[in-house]
Design a binder for this molecule. Sequence first.
Ligand code: GLA
Length: 395
Amino acid sequence: MSETTILDEHEETLSELKALFTEAGFGAPEVFGCAPGRVNVIGEHIDYNGGLVLPAAIDRWVRVAMSRRSDGKVRLISAQSTDAMVEFSVSVDLAPEGKSWGNYVKGVVAGLLKEGIEVPGFDAVVNSTVPVGGGLSSSAALEAVFGKMILTLIGVEMEDIALAKLCQKAEHDFAGVPCGLMDQAAVILCEEGKLLMLDCVDDSFQHASFDDPDWGLLIINSCVSHELSDGGYAARRDACHEAARILGVDTLREVDPAKLEEVLQTPGLTEEMRRYVRHVVTEIARTLETVKVLSERDYKRAGELLNASHASLRDDYRVSCVELDFIAALAQKQEGVAGCRMTGGGFGGSAIALVRRDCVDTLTALIEERYRAEFGIEPKIFETRPMGGARAWMA
Ligand code: GLA
């Protein structure tokens, strides 16, 4: 995408950012950047098990304006946070503090320093439309945009996949979430009109077109907040790795789906591990098949696979919740919906539906009404198409 297009696309939001930057007393911005949220079409909880995942960047953005400081200090303001300004000094001794959103930025600065990159101090203002706690990777977007912008500010190049790994490490060390690579890779590597096929066995990737004018992706945010750092995520990750050890494989990717029932009888696997292994092995197979059927525009089969993924996450992996189960069950029954499943880490957050675009309005109204009646919560529903990944440019 040319710079003119970037500027056109973000023109209104850029003037808003500039105004926020000046209001904060930061002067004139030198660099702008944006990074999208992401939604995972299928391949859930398999990135840390060597699986193939299929995310897309969505039309919700973290936008940032930045300028360099000469005293090594970092000052951060977010238009979405009621916290006062976050401040710290660039140093090799950076450590996370409390639950501040500034930890994600600190983690990225720390990672760049570890790479031997001389990070200067900077002022930055963040303005975001990626819902926090919606399972749409607001944190990965924040990490990615700061990574891209700092590198642009100092004119240093880094390969996208290397930056994604650096951001993943920031999430591990500064947010306490032992995540896989999917979110950071998606918000950096995605291309417009395409799904990202990230093969987590070796972090190789390709892009697959998803640009049928008649079919779209509907995101249904349950507005129930999830908390990945509270242990549920890490416990599953650990159990999967322990199961792989017991089965004598490097990752669960190596388990042959045709031999699954036999493998599940292996002594030493707990009942819980058997459920997790079943989810992971079947989900990897579902994802591979989804890639194939989507390329053939066989939405009926793709929808069946999405529905099966939800059932597996609900019953075997147990990362869904009543709100997401309600949304998935309701959406799956509606005209024009090929399939619907929870997406992302789970324990709340969002569901994704593969929908015929002419049914979106009716479907949205129906889900809003029924969900509100059942839980007294207003869901946030929006259609999205696959977007390009994070970028930064000089003002
Ligand atoms: C979170 C993690 C990802 C991935 C998903 C589940 O979003 O950050 O790495 O494991 O959960 O698929």
